[in-house]
Design a binder for this molecule. Structure first.
Ligand code: ASP
Length: 374
């Protein structure tokens, strides 16, 4: 790591740690935490055990100064992230694991498979109450949905990230990590599927989308709404997501070493069919169309899709609008075309489900059933 970054990180984190320890009374006046629902997940410290699994992102990013907008993603390791928030020990018995150190723009199938398998292993341990995952915000909506489908446990899994690097003025990462651990340690988070907390909100991995390039409040759950809210680690719960997830999911990555290639194709005025043909020629087994409006595209593009489907490629229609439900047989006749409608899933999430669906079947009717339920 560049020297400039190292000194900026060290200075910022030391200041954060000093401020934190000065603010923490020598002896806690807080009443003892209530026992968690799963007593097996309570170690001798009396605190629930939470593992922070780090993947990189801006939350672990470092800039050369507190006001510089450009930064290096994933520069800070998980141990330093934990040290910068000493109050975590009031919430849980916390340890860290580094799975990757990447900006989430580089997230890929190999890291997803490694992460999903590791989270399943950790949650299978009776002493682990929950897992918090630090992750870049760019593809958090995909990773959280992937884990929602492949983690087979009721225990909390909570992703968090930040919009400002760890060295920035008013960095948002430390409180987001604090909140993520508080949620991962909360027995009331159990059974709600994979969650994401950023900026005091608690989202479902099924619904969360990134909506702004730089705002701290970039995450939205759109029409579905928040699962809960948190304020300095005190959680309030609104709902349990209704789509099938985690323990009830029929998708598994056990023994899986690669995922099928699925490409997203963005529809637009004057869309040419060439990009569809090129994706199939380059080995795509599935295509998700980020369609205009209710999942539509130009007539030449529809013709190209017919050719792709004839070659055994599964095609899902989603929408580039970022709202609403793409239902069957409205703008296009899915029954005749052999296409699948993505329902509530945006193109990025529809791509994740299609990758997992293709591990099981190429039958569009069965795959439509997955989009209806998941
Ligand atoms: N490019 C960064 C990432 O996704 C942005 C962030 O974390 O906010 O890793």
């Amino acid at each position: 790591m560049n020297r400039r970054y190292v000194s900026a990180i060290t200075a910022a984190l030391l200041v954060a740690a000093a401020v934190a320890s000065a603010a923490t009374p020598a002896k806690s006046t807080k009443p003892a935490a209530k026992p968690a629902a799963a007593s097996t997940a309570k170690p001798a410290t009396g605190k629930p055990k939470v593992i922070i699994v780090a993947t990189g992102g801006t939350i672990a990013g470092a800039a050369a100064s507190q006001t510089e907008a450009g930064y290096q993603s994933g520069a800070v390791g998980v141990d330093l992230l934990i040290q910068a928030v000493p109050q975590l020990k009031d919430l849980a018995d916390v340890t860290g694991e580094q799975i990757a150190s990447i900006g989430s723009q580089d997230m890929n199938d190999a890291v997803w498979l490694k992460l999903g398998k590791r989270v399943n292993e950790l949650l299978a341990r009776p002493d682990v109450a929950g897992v918090a995952i630090t992750h870049g915000t760019d593809t958090m909506e995909e990773t959280s949905y992937f884990l929602n489908l492949v983690v087979h446990s009721d225990k909390p899994v909570v992703l968090t990230g930040s919009m400002r690097p760890s060295t920035a003025m008013s960095a948002d990462g430390p409180l987001n990590i604090y909140n993520a651990v508080a949620i991962a340690a909360d027995p009331k988070a159990r059974g709600r599927g994979v969650l994401v907390t950023v900026d005091d909100d608690i989202h479902s991995g099924h619904d969360i989308v990134k909506t702004h390039t730089t705002d701290v409040g970039t995450m939205s759950s759109g029409e579905a709404g928040l699962v809960g809210a948190t304020l300095f680690g005190k959680n309030t719960w609104f709902r349990t997501p209704s789509a099938v997830h985690t323990k009830a999911s029929e998708f598994s990555i056990d023994g899986v070493s690669t995922l099928p290639r699925v490409d997203i194709i963005y529809a637009h005025a004057n869309m040419s069919p060439d990009i569809i043909t090129a994706a199939v020629q380059n080995g795509a087994k599935g295509l998700v169309i980020a369609g205009v409006g209710d999942g539509n595209m130009t007539a030449p593009a529809v013709e190209a899709l017919k050719g792709a489907i004839a070659q055994g490629v599964v095609v899902v229609r989603s929408s580039r609008t970022n709202g609403g439900i793409i239902r069957r047989n409205i703008e296009l006749n899915d029954d005749q075309l052999g296409t699948v409608a993505s329902m509530e899933l945006n193109p990025a999430k529809a791509r994740v489900l299609l990758q997992l669906a293709l591990l099981k079947t190429k039958d569009p009717k069965t795959i439509q059933g997955y989009y209806d339920r998941y």
